[in-house]
Design a protein around this ligand. Structure first.
Ligand code: SF4
Length: 394
């Protein structure tokens, strides 16, 4: 089987124009040092009035969050957008896959705008459709495709969600990954050979959920590496596995390490370690609590004054939590500053530029999902919405 040809060009050896989209904004992008930026943002938002609905992801900068009508995780924001059918423009201060989900869940006349098209997600980019189709073919060659249900994390591109919709699979968030896996296993419970899951694109969320919540062992899990022929796995390994984890990770949550957990415990006896399930399995094993961004926020809100917390999630959120709870000691679970660099591409100049362009009647940076992809992605999203229990948060 041939590897999918990806435009990964060594520096100085060529250009991938597609990957450079959005680096330059046409029109008048205000300078970051413009002292009138805040006033310009206020004026543009006021001029748009009810026509615009601004969404701010928890990991956004404070200067952007200030202008958000609602804040939340990616799925909450997409649902919030769907609940505002009167808003002509949805300005999504998040990353590309989130804006795609908002476009899928909003009406055909609503326009979703991403203030900087270069705000992608490194995790979502680790699973491209052609690579996933290649893996799917390999599973057919290994004689296991009929047993496999694809499950994709919300943090994936629309075409990966559509792939899951077409192939009997489902979307999940970090809050309901266990329920989604249960559902997926039940789809193939009638097979004597047993069910398997292809989990995309975050290997850590997949492994943490399978092992810590579903009673599987680490040996039940294998990792499909899209950059290796045959995923780096033999047919026998695929046949033996129950969880086939895509080799993807979040570049922010993947940084947290066991060493820092040990260091903080030694330095602050009684400290509580609270991490997101996108962290590595070894880190999650050492933590006191693990959960979604909404879980992290609620846990800190409910914590006793005087308690000490180290939080393993994106730094903007950790900093805001620390500012909002001066009665608790809240530290970041990494030695270095670590923002989501792509999320942080959305800054005040880009937000001002996007909104002022809309005021001037110019629609910029619209995110659209083609109708076929949208139809199939909606199937997988609807299966998630139909799952029993838990809220659908990530
Ligand atoms: S924090 Fe991680 S998963 Fe979230 S947008 Fe950034 S790279 Fe993607």
């Amino acid at each position: 089987m041939s590897l999918v040809d990806l435009p990964l060009l060594p520096l100085g050896k060529g250009r991938d124009l597609g990957a450079e989209r959005g680096v330059e904004c046409p029109g008048d992008l205000p300078a970051a040092s413009d002292p009138d930026l805040v006033e310009r943002a206020r004026a543009a938002k006021a001029a748009l009035g009810e026509r615009v609905f601004v969404l701010g992801h928890h990991y956004q900068r404070d200067e952007v969050i200030e202008f958000a009508d609602v804040t939340g995780d990616s799925f909450k924001l997409a649902r919030d957008a769907a609940a505002r059918p009167d808003a002509e423009f949805i300005v999504f201060c998040g990353v590309h896959f989130m804006a795609e989900s908002a476009d899928i869940l909003t009406g055909p006349d609503q326009k979703v705008v991403l203030p900087d098209l270069a705000a992608g997600c490194s995790m979502a980019d680790m699973a491209r459709l052609a690579q996933v189709e290649d893996a799917w073919d390999a599973m057919a060659d290994a004689g296991i495709q009929d047993q496999v249900v694809p499950v994709t994390y919300m943090n994936s591109s629309a075409d990966i969600k559509a792939f899951c919709g077409r192939n009997g699979g489902v979307v999940c968030t970090s809050s309901n990954a266990d329920v989604a896996l249960e559902w997926a296993l039940a789809q193939k419970a009638h097979l004597d050979a047993g069910a398997k899951i292809l989990f995309l694109p975050d290997q850590h969320l997949g492994r943490n959920t399978a092992v810590l919540q579903m009673g599987m062992s680490l040996e039940d899990c294998v990792v499909w590496d899209p950059l290796q022929p045959g995923g780096g796995l033999t047919a026998q390994e695929l046949q033996n596995a129950r969880m086939i984890l895509w080799k993807g990770h979040c570049s922010v949550h993947g940084r947290f390490s066991e060493d820092v957990v040990d260091e903080l415990r030694a330095k602050h006896p009684g400290i509580n370690i609270l991490v997101h399930p996108e962290c590595k399995h070894e880190v999650v094993l050492k933590a006191d609590l693990v959960g979604s961004t909404e879980f992290i926020i609620k846990t800190i809100e409910a914590a006793e004054p005087g308690t000490t917390w180290a939080i393993g999630t994106e730094l903007n959120l950790v900093k805001r939590l620390a500012d909002a709870h001066p009665d608790k000691t809240i530290v970041f679970l990494d030695r270095n500053v670590c923002y989501c660099s792509t999320m942080n591409r959305i800054d005040l100049p880009h937000l001002v530029w996007a909104m002022e362009s809309l005021v001037a009647g110019q629609l910029v940076n619209q995110i659209t999902v083609d109708p076929d992809t949208e139809r199939d992605a909606l199937v997988a999203l609807q299966r998630m919405l139909d799952l029993p229990g838990k809220s659908h948060r990530d």
